[in-house]
Design a protein. Sequence first.
Lengths: 229, 229
Amino acid sequence: MPRAIAVLGGTGPEGFGLALRWVRAGETVIIGSRDAGRAREAAAKILAAVGGSATVSGEENVAACAATDLLVLTIPFEGHCGLLKQIRPAIRPGSIVIDTTVPLAASVGGRVTRTLGIWEGSAAQQAAELVPQGVSVVAAFHNTSADILNGDAPVDCDVIVCSDDAAAAQTVRTLASKIPGVRAIDGGKLENARILEQITALLIGLNIRHKGHSGIRITGLPEKAYAVS
Amino acid sequence: MPRAIAVLGGTGPEGFGLALRWVRAGETVIIGSRDAGRAREAAAKILAAVGGSATVSGEENVAACAATDLLVLTIPFEGHCGLLKQIRPAIRPGSIVIDTTVPLAASVGGRVTRTLGIWEGSAAQQAAELVPQGVSVVAAFHNTSADILNGDAPVDCDVIVCSDDAAAAQTVRTLASKIPGVRAIDGGKLENARILEQITALLIGLNIRHKGHSGIRITGLPEKAYAVS
C-alpha cells in the first residue's frame, strides 16, 4: 500500500496546491483541516480536478495525522505550535514531518515581508522540539508559490530541503521532484531552515513590488546536485 | 568625466572579480586596499587582463574613497566596522556606499555556513549607521560567486539590490547590469539586506556540499522587474 501524505492545513492555498500536485502525480493524499467537512470538500475539489484515478480524502487534522507517517505542515505560523501540540499524541513513531511554515511577522499583526525571530532559530527547529523523539522534521517547500502550485504550469522553483535525518530528507526530495518543474536540492542541516524561511519573506516582497509569483533557482551546481537518488 | 568606482578591499576575490568585470565593461575603477602597493599590483593585473583601454588604478583605501563618490565595500566582516570608521572622514557628501559584506560566523572563528546576528539587522544596516548623514548605503552583490566573477563566463546570478535611497539603488542596478549575465532586481528597503546576507551562507553551504559555485535566480517576475531604467 502506498505511503499516504497527510497535508495538515491542506485547505489553505499552499497546502491545497501541494496536495493537488501530488495527487496529480499519483500520490495518495489526505487533506487535514480543523474542520473535517472543509477537508472533505477540498478533497472533492481535487478529485474533480484530477479525475477518477485520484486517491485523495479529507479528515480532521488529528485523524489525518494518525492515518499515516508522512505529514506536511502547511499552516500559518500562528497555528504552528498549537497544531503540533494537538497532533503530538497521534504522530506515529518514525514519522516524517515536513515543515513548510514561515514565521511571518503577519502572524502577530506585522508585515508579510518580515519574519519573527524564533528562539530555536527557525519554525522548523521549533517543530523539531515539539515532535516526539524519533520523529524527523524536514524543512522544505517554503519558496514554492501557492498561486503557481494551484495552477497547471510547471513550478519554476527549486525546493531546498533541510533536515538532520538524511534518509527523511531523501524521501522529501523524491516527493518534491514529483512536482513538474521542481528540482530538489539537499540544503544540509535543519538549522539552515531559517534561511529558507526568510527567503519567503523576500519573495513576498518581490511579489508585491513587481506583481509576480516569484520563486528561486539555484545556479552553478553540478547536475548531480539535483539528482533524486 | 565618468564616475569612478572605488572597490575597497578590492584585492580580495569578490572585490577583484567585481573590479575586473566593471573594467571590462568600460567603467573606471579604483582598487582600494590597506596596502597601496598591493592595490596597484591588483590594478596592473586587471590592466593586463583587459588590455590597453582599461581605466583602473590602485590606492590605499582612504585615498581611494576620497577620489570618488561611488564606493563598494568588499571586505570580510571582521574588517567592516573598522574600515567604515577609517574612511568616514574621507567619504564625500552624497556618496553611494555599496555594501556586499556578509557577516559570516567565520569572522569570529565560526563557520562560513552560518551568520552572526547583527544588532542593526544586517551588516548593511550597520554600515548605514556608520556613514555620515546624506550618504546612501545600498546592499548588493552578496550572492555573486567570487570564482565566477573572476572567470570569463557570464555570471548566472541575479543581483537583488536593497536601499532606502531609490535613486542610489537605481544607480547600483545599472552598475550590476553591466556584468554579463547579471539581472538586477529592486529588493526594496535596506532592512531586507539581512536576507541577502543570509542567502550567501546558504549558497556557501551548497558549494561545499555539492562542489559548485552557486548563485540564485528569481523566477516568476514580469520582465519589467529586471529592466534597469
